[in-house]
Design a protein around this ligand. Structure first.
Ligand code: ATP
Ligand code: MN
Length: 471
């Protein structure tokens, strides 16, 4: 295998090398901009067209894949430190001249919608190369953080027989013939109805009650028919679960973890982040002033790592919202009242207008949160916490879990959770139960924050949303 461009750009010239990649552009019958995806930067490959077969030169279209061999030298031109003076070019695969016009490989500005329609090619662009390199680094950092902090990675099932979570609509998993009414579930593959998981939490709890500190990091599925820019039908969730821990330990973990991940990106994805930062600034300069972000991408990231998150109770949040200008001016679409779930417009106000930094809200009314959350002594709130980020809204949702058998059993009744569906979950409260807590971080929500992309469809390689499962 040849050297990657990311390494070649750090090599001291002169040196004989071979390099493989895709043509990004070919100018003046002389300059090839070659990219191999290993980094944002392309390598300038200089050829002498007269010394190469005419047929070959005429096929150096955008998108063509080539092998270039020659001498790496200090660059004569500005804009790059080294360039390759190629003596030999081999084409692996041509790029169809006739059809190129229709594709996003044409080097001009394409809308994000058009790039999405060509999801099979969009990773070849600077923008999506940057996004998906960062996605890799974030996935790695997640595993690294947990490994370095004594957490064990647990693989929880994707197919589940429990529909007790209440985290949203599920997708059915079945081998029964489609289109049949009156399905006899006992004849189905698992002998009972099964679904794609909405969360690995309940199983992660079982693991935490044996291994102490664990996490899951895998795909989750929700058939939410809300076509928002923050929801996918298939997304990746990170769910740590810690034994011998309360809600404050949970919030501390969430804050430290998010800061670690953002710092990791700032340190390890410099070039791609700078590119995304400058791109967003340019895009926003076209928008009216009130539609622009007050802070740039890098400023927003630094703001998060440098500030303590604001911690308030749900009751305090409601008070702030009730006294707020937009509420008095009746500018909120949804009602603000104790007992009602916060809408994204309310979260936005708290984070972006009121506190101007990440906000952690704790102690939500019991009725609007899941059955497994620990009942507080006041009898009406639970030890739940949401972490809200600027531009994103909820990025983490977590809680201390109800560890008392009798209270949990009673809550199952109140929330209509059939006991026989999660008998195993209840059993853990009979054998050495302990205070424990955890949360779910939507990986793509984190990615939106770290890349500054505004649509969640643009931070996952192949998005699944209502009416869309292409590629
Ligand atoms: P939201 O109110 O934003 O729909 P939720 O309350 O349903 O979120 P949880 O069930 O607490 O979310 O899930 C944990 C985390 O998973 C959320 O904080 C969010 O980051 C992420 N998340 C939830 N639903 C989705 C989705 N459909 N697509 C992408 N990420 C999601
Ligand atoms: Mn949801």
């Amino acid at each position: 295998m040849n050297k990657r461009i990311v390494d070649i750009l750090k090599t001291d010239p002169p040196k004989e090398i071979s390099v493989s990649g895709w043509v990004r552009s070919f100018r003046g019958n002389r300059f090839i901009s070659l990219n191999d995806g290993s980094c944002l930067a392309s390598l300038q490959v200089v050829i002498d067209s007269d010394k190469l077969p005419h047929e070959l030169v005429s096929n150096l279209n955008n998108g063509a894949s080539i092998l270039a061999t020659g001498r790496l030298i200090s660059s004569q031109g500005s804009g790059q430190s080294v360039e390759l003076q190629a003596e030999e070019i081999k084409i692996y695969g041509k790029s169809s001249q006739e059809e190129l016009q229709k594709t996003i490989l044409q080097p001009k500005r394409h809308s994000l919608e058009k790039l999405r329609e060509q999801g099979h090619l969009r990773m070849r662009t600077n923008l999506f190369g940057a996004v998906f390199r960062i996605r890799h680094h974030m996935a790695y950092a997640i595993n690294k953080y947990f490994n370095d902090n004594g957490f064990f990675y647990i693989h929880t099932p994707i197919i589940t027989g429990t529909d007790a979570e209440g985290a949203g609509e599920t997708f059915r998993v079945t081998t029964l013939p489609v289109g049949k009414n009156n399905i006899d579930n006992s004849k189905d593959f698992f002998g009972k109805p099964t679904h794609l998981t909405v969360s690995g939490q309940l199983e992660a709890e079982l693991a935490a009650l044996a291994l102490g500190k664990v996490y899951t990091f895998g795909p989750t599925f929700r058939a939410e028919n809300s076509n928002t820019t923050r929801h996918l039908a298939e997304f990746w969730m990170v769910e740590p679960e810690i034994a011998f821990a309360d809600i404050n330990d949970d919030i501390n973990l969430g804050e430290e973890f998010l800061k670690y991940l953002i710092n990791y990106a700032l340190t390890n994805c410099k070039e791609d982040l700078q590119f995304l930062n400058d791109r967003a600034n340019k895009e926003e300069s076209q928008l009216p002033k009130d539609k622009r972000n007050e802070l740039s991408l890098l400023e927003r990231m630094n703001m998060v790592t440098e500030n303590d998150f604001e911690r308030i109770t749900y009751t305090e949040a409601i008070d702030i919202l009730l006294r707020s200008k937009p509420n008095k001016k009746k500018q909120f679409k949804y009602e603000v009242a104790w007992g009602v779930d916060l809408q994204s417009e309310h979260e936005k106000f708290l984070v972006e207008k009121h506190f101007k930094k990440p906000v952690v809200i704790v102690d939500y009314p019991e009725s609007i949160k899941a059955f497994y959350m620990k009942r507080n002594d006041d009898g009406k709130t639970v030890a739940a916490m949401d972490i809200l980020f600027p531009g994103i809204g909820e990025i983490i949702g977590g809680s201390q879990r109800e560890e008392r058998y009798d209270v949990l059993e009673q809550k199952c009744k109140e929330f209509n959770v059939p006991k026989d569906a999660i008998w195993w979950y209840l059993e853990t409260r009979k054998f050495g139960t302990v205070p424990h807590a955890g949360f779910g971080l939507g990986f793509e929500r984190l990615m939106m924050f770290v890349t500054g992309m505004n649509n969640i469809r643009d931070v996952i390689p192949f998005p699944r949303t209502p009416n869309n499962a292409e590629f």
